[in-house]
Design a protein around this ligand. Structure first.
Ligand code: ATP
Length: 234
């Protein structure tokens, strides 16, 4: 579904990503793990066309997307749940959700999408008339994910959804992710919470200082000495 081949990316003169390759197959949950500043968000921005790849290629469903404007990439079926949620605090939950349905297709099916989303996150239905700023951190994360789903993505990219949440809420968010995946949405999950991420992902990649240093099935990664030492504190 997604094929990233030897991608480089820079902010001005500073190169951040070096020869990054990664693939996601339809139906998978794949995770990208790495420490602060490794380049995870930069990779996500490059996939979405918010930052241009300076080398390499990115294909989605067999078509080159590097070089396309972000709105075209979103229309093709990729949605981003950004780091820090970026919801609109003074708009209602319902209004925030509608902002996720921008394409013609998504607008046409928005009522249907809302119904499906409220099944996954009933609390958003209860609170749909409330201002988003009145939601708890976990609920705001649910709202950010739900807004991403409003565009009816084939691939949902989530950038550190567990950041700043209490363990119980992290558990809820990860459970919802599995449910969303079971309903047919492929997921690329960027995380620092290695344990949790490898619990739900089938495969993972480790990025450090802008380079992919390791890739493997979840059990291979959990058994890897470097992963154990650097990420699991074992
Ligand atoms: P975190 O978990 O902290 O979000 P990350 O792995 O997502 O980390 P990035 O946000 O991709 O890391 O940052 C990678 C590097 O790029 C860091 O050294 C960061 O300082 C730098 N960087 C990020 N955004 C910019 C920018 N707009 N201009 C210049 N440098 C940037």
């Amino acid at each position: 579904m997604l094929d990233i081949d030897s991608v480089g990316a820079s902010y001005g003169n500073v190169q951040i990503l070096w020869n990054v390759s990664l693939s996601v197959k339809k139906g998978e949950i794949v995770t990208v793990l790495g420490p602060n500043g490794a380049g995870k968000t930069t990779l996500v921005k490059t996939i979405l066309g918010l930052l241009h790849a300076s080398s390499g290629s990115i294909e989605f469903l067999g078509k080159r997307i590097d070089g396309l404007p972000t709105y075209r990439i979103v229309d093709m079926g990729i949605a981003l749940v950004p780091e820090g949620r970026e919801i609109f605090p003074r708009m209602t939950v319902h209004e925030n959700l509608l902002l996720g349905a921008q394409s013609k297709e998504a607008k046409k099916t928005k009522d249907d999408s809302l119904e499906r989303i409220f099944q996954i996150f009933p609390v958003l239905k209860e609170r749909r008339k409330q201002l988003a700023q009145t939601l708890s951190g976990g609920e705001q994360q649910m709202l950010a994910i739900a807004r991403g789903l409003m565009s009816k993505p084939k691939l949902l990219i989530m950038d550190e959804p567990s950041l700043g949440l209490a363990p119980i809420l992290v558990q809820k968010i990860f459970k919802a992710m599995q449910e969303i995946n079971e309903k047919g949405v492929t997921i690329l999950l960027v995380e620092q919470n290695v344990h949790r991420a490898l619990e739900i992902a089938s495969r993972g990649y480790i990025i450090e200082a802008g380079k992919m240093v390791l890739a493997g099935e979840w059990d291979e990664l959990l058994a890897n000495e470097h992963v154990k030492k650097a990420y699991l504190g074992l």
